[in-house]
Design a protein around this ligand. Structure first.
Ligand SMILES: [Zn+2]
Length: 238
């Protein structure tokens, strides 16, 4: 009778522990790495899904011993190294090309291909792996749908109901009307209503008093574009 697999594994781990105690550098052999990798894989369809630890983004990670030290490595990168060989020097990203859409936990070497940063981002966009789209449920609270200001907008104090407000709703309509019909500019309006030109501009653009709708009968207001800085103008002409 030969030795069972378990007793071989136990002997191996005992030898490794002794070696570590003596500070003899130990490195996993390729055969050991293959064994460890395949032991943590579930074959689902054509994909080899890593069921162990995963890092941000859903990529599998595995601990490997190298010269007596533990390192973590991405499982798909390790799979490439063990089954396909060296990585090409010019392409930095190892992409997942699974038939049913890339799965970051997949370690099937036939589903992997090296690519550029742009190809990597394109793939992630396609799979919806970028930013909020990946975990929309984690960002629901940012939409604030349950906030009382969303549920009862009529209860929000705005405009002339704010007791420090200098203007009334009618003043705002007048300011917009006068500006749209070119009866006054922002400086004139600011003096007339005793507010700053910045406030006038914000009212005209609908930044302030946004709850008061614009009168559709009035001509569309033309906001002057910002003047370019003299330096930029100089550069443009020369
Ligand atoms: Zn796959």
């Amino acid at each position: 009778m030969g030795q069972s697999n378990l007793s071989i594994a136990l002997k191996e781990s005992w030898a490794r522990r002794k070696a570590l105690e003596k500070r003899v550098p130990v490195t996993f052999t390729d055969a050991e790495l293959k064994k460890r990798l395949l032991a943590g894989i579930d074959v689902i369809g054509e994909c080899w899904i890593w069921r162990g630890a995963k890092r941000n983004g859903g990529y599998g990670v595995i601990g490997i011993l190298k010269n007596g030290k533990w390192y973590t490595q991405s499982t798909h990168r390790l799979a490439w190294k063990l089954f396909r060989g060296e990585k090409p020097s010019d392409l930095p990203f190892l992409l997942h090309k699974c038939p049913g859409g890339g799965n970051p936990a997949c370690c099937n070497p036939l589903h992997l291909a090296w690519g550029t940063a742009k190809e990597n981002t394109d793939d992630m966009m396609k799979a919806g792996h970028l930013g909020r789209s990946r975990h929309p449920e984690s960002y629901e609270h940012l939409r604030c749908d349950g906030h009382w200001t969303r549920k009862k907008p009529s209860k929000v104090v705005r405009g002339s109901r704010i007791n420090t407000s200098k203007l009334s709703e009618n003043d705002v309509r007048e300011i917009r009307r006068k500006y749209a019909l070119k009866l006054a500019n922002t400086v004139v309006l600011s003096k007339e209503y005793k507010i700053t030109t910045v406030q006038v501009s914000k009212i005209i653009r609908g930044v302030n008093w946004s709850h008061i709708p614009f009168d559709p009968a009035l001509p569309a207001m033309v906001i002057k574009p910002k003047r370019k800085s003299p330096i930029k103008r100089k550069a443009a002409t020369s």
